[in-house]
Design a binder for this molecule. Structure first.
Ligand code: SF4
Length: 187
């Protein structure tokens, strides 16, 4: 039953993504690529991270990146410390496309109509389900810094990543990270 419900929601959302993206000549996979790059942090904006997050083949992701780059929605940036690493940055045009279409209005409107308490319960239940699915297939959590064991608060504006040894701003910690590691509750 839960599977059917989630499958139905996925189908509805994919259809909306195709519809919204179609206005810009983009397929659902292009929209998902762009959306991921809009919400990931600077340690996670590489082609390999996109592949890992979307759980697609390298070839599919490369092709998708070529399309969004050719439309001026992302640009490549060489890493300042390691020239072999390429970062994928969303352009102003890419942000405008997303602002107009993601999340699809069908989804935002449906959530708006939901009571706050139901929304909070749904969020908690989905979070539990996502974590269980990720555990089952050993995939990364791709979550935000707040629940990462490496996140150390410095003051009310700054945090520190104990893994990358880099400072993090309040904006940074709202973004998802491929290195996110859950806090171990049994320690
Ligand atoms: S604290 Fe964790 S989630 Fe945040 S940047 Fe560091 S490794 Fe990533």
């Amino acid at each position: 039953m839960i599977f059917n419900q989630i499958e139905r929601i996925s189908n509805l959302l994919r259809a909306e993504e195709r519809k919204e993206g179609g206005e810009y000549g983009l397929q659902a996979v292009h929209m998902e690529t762009l959306y991921y790059l809009s919400k990931c942090n600077r340690f996670s904006d590489t082609p390999a991270s996109v592949t890992e997050y979307l759980q697609l083949t390298k070839g599919t992701v490369s092709q998708s990146l070529r399309v969004v780059e050719s439309k001026g929605l992302i640009k490549k940036q060489t890493d300042a410390c390691d020239r072999r690493v390429i970062h994928l940055k969303i352009t102003a045009r890419g942000k405008r496309v997303l602002a107009n279409s993601m999340p699809p209005s069908l989804f935002s409107n449906a959530l708006e109509e939901m009571p706050l308490e139901t929304k909070a319960q749904l969020q908690t239940a989905l979070d539990t389900l996502i974590k269980a699915c990720q555990k089952e297939n050993n995939s990364k959590s791709f979550d935000v810094c707040g629940s990462c064991r490496y996140c150390q608060p410095v003051d009310d504006k700054t945090h520190f990543c104990g893994l990358t040894k880099q400072p993090l701003s309040n904006d940074d910690i709202q973004l998802i990270c491929r290195e996110h590691t859950l806090i171990q509750t049994n320690e």
